[in-house]
Design a binder for this molecule. Structure first.
Ligand SMILES: [Zn+2]
Ligand SMILES: [Zn+2]
Length: 742
């Protein structure tokens, strides 16, 4: 048999052809669901519109896309679409740097990033993509804000923010560098401000309970479950009621039920609902006010610097000893807004506090009457670190908060039917002030209640608040997007797609996901999501780690950034996608090396050239004369090949179902080696492949092409066609339907 000249692997030509074909047949359009059809909403993360797709995005979307293509190939209806997270600081800073309005900046970024993702061949339904900064989209945030406000899940509270006097603006944490303003380098102050808060505490215990159900379902990977436990910050222990000499009681918590007698003090969080009862004199009150305006979010690692207020009160402790009552934010970071026993023997933070307490007191503690050891009822109890957080920001590039302040009526919510409250598009933030507050056309408004003069709220919603709903609109068919939200939540399509089958996101998404789970439960109880009985937005979840290089995070500063565009230009999209999946399990940090790309490229090149060469052989054989019938000496080898194929399909299918893409890719590579091995053995035994051998080989290569579909979709579809199959429809997963070669 003569070796045919290998057909060269030209990824650019192949990928351009396949992508044109996909566009022409609208291959990734979300199907409308028919009753009982298996379906899956695969939720990718929502990228910030901050410039470019980076290699971390490529990793994330390669996992999600492989799963989407695998699911389609198995006959599932698939929804795979996302919206850009377009509001917030990164976009605002990008716009300031480029001298554009944020609105121009994000639309330019979204267009560019969409182009990059399309070049990579990801199978998103682009008709369903959107920017969170479009008015028809941010009305979701405003609707959600008003809905939660009406149900007491959004409220006004006081909190501290970083403030630059020189720039007359509040700053985000990342804009404070060593206590100085990022823009003018003047010192930053902490000031107290009234802010809007989200009351997640109402649903924290249910999130805890449901986490156990999610773990039992087996659809959440360990890393995503761990992130939920971390955000939750659950501490198990006991609580008991202690009494002050005047009879006032306080419920205190401790995780150390076996060491109650070792308690040396009681610490109350400044956010404890009853904290003011323990503030007896103006000096302590002043300290508390100062503490409240001085940043309450520090954690226990800073125990030696954390504020400590001695209230002068005592509670009778479990051993009968009087315990001084302190107020300290050191409680919050460990146990939430509660009161705890301080047990220096068992807790490092408590030890530091006890030491400082001893140093503060000049005279020996004036112990009030030593109570006789009382009998305490000790109850099992749980505390959570997760707590309410502020959702308003003093910045212009965000969803306007639909609130109006009227001299007559006070704080007035904008009526639902007047949404959206539009954000002016020609804002040009400079980093100083809040441009929204300086716009008379935005600020001055008639009160929706009395018609009198009023002012709009000029704080905007943090983009974290947008994220609370960003996972929903992909389920809305594009032509239904303009409808009132009440009608949208009633859409049959939306109700079918939710909850999402699988979320695939970076391991830094734990907070987003936790709060999305909270809000789903709130909307379930309020009504719009009542059809999600357990209040869980994601039936399954996979968190992947990031991509680093030379053991370090990639940054322009270090000059170690891997540019996906450059890689695609050199090797083609299929190679880059295969390489990020081949290089590491999703749950492991991917330390970038070019060897994974080279290995993947070599593999795809070999598959391409080998398949074409064998196909040419097969065609030559088919046209040759049958000749004399000969004894079949390779049947056992063909059987072996067929067993290898069956085993590979079984294994790879299991791996795809559990999103173990990395193992799946390795098993595909192994199968290819076995196919080549089969040919070698047959040739060694009988000199050349006969027709039956050649048919078996082509069947195996066809199977290989189908298995490669989720990973190297362009190459695999072209091979599929070359091997004589229909390329106008979804390439089927082996064993799924009659379309698969016998
Ligand atoms: Zn400044
Ligand atoms: Zn009014």
């Amino acid at each position: 048999m003569t070796e045919q000249p290998a057909k060269r692997y030209d990824p650019h030509a192949i990928e351009a052809r396949r992508q044109a074909a996909w566009r022409a047949r609208d291959a990734f359009q979300t199907p409308s669901l028919t009753e009982g059809q298996p379906h899956k909403y695969i939720k990718p993360s929502a990228p910030f519109t901050s410039g470019n797709i980076h290699i971390g995005h490529v990793r994330s979307y390669s996992i999600g896309d492989a799963y989407a293509r695998f699911s389609r190939a198995r006959g599932d209806a698939v929804l795979f679409a996302f919206g850009f997270d377009a509001f917030g600081l990164p976009a605002e800073l990008g716009a300031i740097a480029s001298g554009e309005s944020p609105s121009d900046w994000v639309s330019r970024c979204a267009t560019h990033m969409t182009g990059q993702l399309q070049r990579l061949g990801f199978s998103f339904d682009w008709d369903r993509s959107f920017l969170s900064s479009e008015a028809r989209m941010y009305r979701w945030s405003q609707w959600l804000f008003l809905t939660l406000l009406a149900n007491d899940l959004v409220y006004r509270g006081t909190g501290s923010v970083d403030w630059c006097e020189h720039c007359s603006t509040t700053l985000a944490t990342i804009q404070v560098e060593n206590g100085l303003c990022w823009r003018c380098h003047n010192p930053v102050q902490l000031i107290q401000r009234t802010q809007w808060y989200l009351r997640i505490s109402a649903y924290v215990p249910e999130n805890d309970r449901r986490s156990q159900e999610l773990a039992a379902s087996g659809m959440w990977d360990e890393s995503s479950l761990a992130s939920q436990r971390f955000v939750l910050g659950r501490v198990d222990g006991v609580e008991l009621d202690l009494r002050a000499p005047d009879g006032t009681e306080l419920t205190v918590f401790t995780p150390h039920s076996d060491a109650l007698a070792e308690a040396r003090f009681v610490a109350i969080s400044p956010k404890h609902p009853e904290v003011e009862r323990w503030v007896a004199n103006p000096a302590v009150l002043e300290q508390l006010e100062e503490l409240r305006s001085g940043g309450l979010q520090r954690d226990s690692r800073e125990a030696d610097a954390i504020p400590l207020i001695d209230t002068g009160h005592f509670l009778s402790g479990p051993s009968g000893d009087p315990l001084p009552v302190l107020i300290s934010p050191a409680v919050d970071g460990r146990f939430g807004a509660t009161a705890v026993l301080g047990i220096p023997e068992l807790d490092q933070t408590d030890a530091v506090i006890a030491q400082r307490l001893a140093a503060q007191v000049d005279a020996p503690v004036q112990a009030p009457l030593r109570a006789e050891s009382a009998l305490y009822e000790v109850r099992p109890a749980v505390r959570y670190r997760a707590n309410d957080f502020s959702i308003s920001r003093q910045r212009s590039w965000g969803t306007p908060i639909p609130i109006v302040y009227c001299e007559e009526c006070g704080t007035v919510p904008v009526p639902f039917e007047q949404l959206p409250v539009l954000l002016p598009l020609d804002l040009k933030p400079t980093g100083a002030g809040n441009p929204l507050a300086e716009r008379a056309d935005f600020v001055q408004v008639d009160c929706p209640r009395c018609g009198g003069p009023a002012r709009r709220e000029t704080d905007t919603l943090d983009c974290h608040f947008d994220a609370l709903w960003l996972w929903i609109p992909a389920c809305v068919p594009p032509h239904e997007r303009e409808r009132p939200l009440g009608e949208i939540f009633a859409l049959e399509d939306l109700r079918q797609w939710l909850p999402a089958g699988r979320l695939v996101a970076g391991s830094d998404s734990g907070n987003f996901v936790f709060d999305q789970r909270i809000v789903t439960k709130a909307l379930r109880d309020i009504g719009p999501l009542s059809f999600i009985a357990d209040g869980e937005p994601f039936a399954g979840c996979l968190f992947h780690e990031m991509v680093i290089r030379d053991g370090r995070k990639m940054s322009k500063h270090l000059g170690n950034v891997v540019d996906p565009d450059e890689l695609v230009e050199r090797f083609g999209a299929d190679t880059v996608r295969l390489a990020v999946l081949y290089a590491a399990r999703p749950q492991r940090t991917l330390n970038w090396s070019d060897s994974a790309v080279l290995r993947s490229h070599r593999f795809l090149t070999q598959v391409w050239e080998y398949s074409h060469a064998r196909l040419a052989d097969a065609e030559a054989l088919a046209s040759a004369d049958d000749g004399e019938p000969v004894k079949d000496t390779s049947e056992h080898l063909r059987l072996k090949l067929s067993t290898w194929c069956e085993t590979a399909v079984e294994k790879i299918t299991e791996e795809m179902q559990s999103l173990e893409m990395h193992s799946a890719v390795r098993n595909i590579m192994r199968l290819f080696d076995r196919i080549k091995d089969f040919e070698k053995r047959v040739a060694a035994r009988q000199g050349a492949l006969r027709r039956a051998d050649s048919d078996a080989l082509i069947d195996a290569l066809t199977l290989l092409a189908a298995l490669l579909g989720p990973f190297a979709p362009h190459l695999s579809e072209e091979l599929w066609i070359a091997l004589g199959h229909n390329g106008d429809t979804q390439l089927p997963w082996p064993g799924v339907s009659s379309q698969v070669p016998a």
